[in-house]
Design a protein around this ligand. Structure first.
Ligand SMILES: [Zn+2]
Length: 122
């Protein structure tokens, strides 16, 4: 998978939500819009359906299942947007199912810390 972080760094400046173009002056402004969208029933239902149909991390050589992801990373699989041009009306090919580790790698962020001991948070 190509590391698209450099491109992505500016990609948030313009997104298309339900066919309408939205432009953002700052990343914070975009993030607020995007976080609101990720909390919407529209996105939640789409992501739920995607994960039901595609139950494994799709990063090359990974294939982790949701339960394994919960166990290793403390959270389930993510549904990653390959672009922001079809928000609200994503098609199957607009997203990729990723474990939290591969999602971070995709965004050029540091890998998350694995949960080595499930009782360490007590
Ligand atoms: Zn993975």
């Amino acid at each position: 998978m190509p590391n698209e972080y450099a491109y992505e760094k500016e990609r948030w400046r313009q997104v298309i939500y339900l066919g309408q173009i939205y432009t953002f002056e700052s990343y914070e402004e975009f993030r607020q819009f995007y976080d609101d969208y990720l909390r919407s029933p529209l996105w939640r239902e789409f992501a739920r359906q995607i994960k039901a149909d595609r139950p494994q991390c799709e990063a090359e050589g990974c294939g982790m299942y949701d339960e394994e992801s919960q166990h290793n990373w403390g959270q389930g699989l993510h549904v990653h947007h390959l672009h922001y041009d079809t928000l609200g009306e994503e098609r199957d090919e607009d997203v990729q199912v990723l474990c939290p580790h591969d999602h971070n790698i995709t965004h050029g962020r540091p890998a998350p810390m694995p949960i080595l001991d499930p009782f360490s948070k007590l």
